[in-house]
Design a protein around this ligand. Structure first.
Ligand SMILES: CC(C)(COP(=O)(O)OP(=O)(O)OC[C@H]1O[C@@H](n2cnc3c(N)ncnc32)[C@H](O)[C@@H]1OP(=O)(O)O)[C@@H](O)C(=O)NCCC(=O)NCCS
Length: 219
């Protein structure tokens, strides 16, 4: 039985989403709790020139070193330390933007296994494909082009390493993320999601338009 405080919190959160993001976003967030979830799949070819992008802040972007876990946790204290250890241990790369001596934005990338927690789904990756995920900019530095600057840096890094395409997924209601990814030249290629009723889960994949997606997804 939920206690009074958690019910109050849920109601306050619902009112906040309804006011800030509108009825459509509210309905989809509600559906995500009762068993319907979906994400837009974006792709970006690494075989075309990487765009030039200058953020409004003079950030320095580089890979998070194995000895910098504490810096990352100071940036995202809600992330379990074990998750950062697991990601780095599995060969995932974290591209972090530093400003005035601390991390203010970061995005992760994997070329091995793309586990999408929100959909309980292991996205297959083809050879030459990189999946980027968990982009985050500290709230006080948002809107300064930090996330697209990291994206562009990652695209250049993987293009130079011989990869052919980058893939990522975004919640359709996440307008800030949609705008940030557009600046790095990602285009939508499909929608993937699930319907869940009790123990029964069915994933679905639907291609957008006649797009020429090269991911391993069977659309
Ligand atoms: C999505 C996110 C990473 C974008 O990072 P960013 O460094 O602010 O990226 P940008 O500077 O390109 O801003 C993107 C959009 O955010 C919006 N924005 C601008 N100022 C903002 C602010 N102060 N706070 C929130 N959003 C703002 C704008 O719509 C902006 O687009 P525009 O510049 O075309 O107007 C960041 O908003 C974030 O960390 N969000 C929470 C985590 C998240 O949703 N991650 C994405 C998972 S797919």
């Amino acid at each position: 039985m939920p206690d009074f405080a958690s019910v109050t919190h849920a109601v306050q959160r619902a009112i906040h989403v309804l006011r800030k993001e509108g009825a459509r976003s509210f309905c989809f967030k509600l559906l995500s709790h009762v068993g319907y979830r979906r994400l837009i799949v974006f792709e970006r070819s690494l075989e075309i020139a990487t765009p030039v992008f200058a953020p409004h802040l003079k950030v320095s972007i580089r890979l998070l070193g194995a000895d910098e876990k504490e810096n990352y946790l100071a940036f995202r204290p809600e992330t379990p330390a074990s998750l950062v250890t697991d990601r780095l241990g599995s060969g995932h790369l974290c591209f972090a933007a530093r400003y005035q001596g601390r991390i203010i934005g970061a995005t992760w990338a994997t070329t091995k296994r793309a586990w999408i927690d929100y959909l309980d789904y292991d996205l297959p990756l083809r050879a030459g494909e990189v999946y980027t995920y968990d982009g985050f900019t500290l709230p006080e530095y948002r809107g300064h082009g930090v996330a697209p600057a990291i994206s562009v840096h990652m695209l250049r890094y993987f293009a130079e390493a011989g990869y052919q395409r980058a893939t990522r997924t975004i919640l359709p209601e996440n307008s800030a993320s949609l705008r940030a990814r557009k600046k790095a030249g990602y285009t939508p290629v499909g929608v993937m999601g699930y319907m869940r009723i009790g123990p029964w889960t069915r994933h679905f994949f639907s291609k957008i338009g006649s797009g020429n997606s090269t991911t391993a997804i069977s659309w």
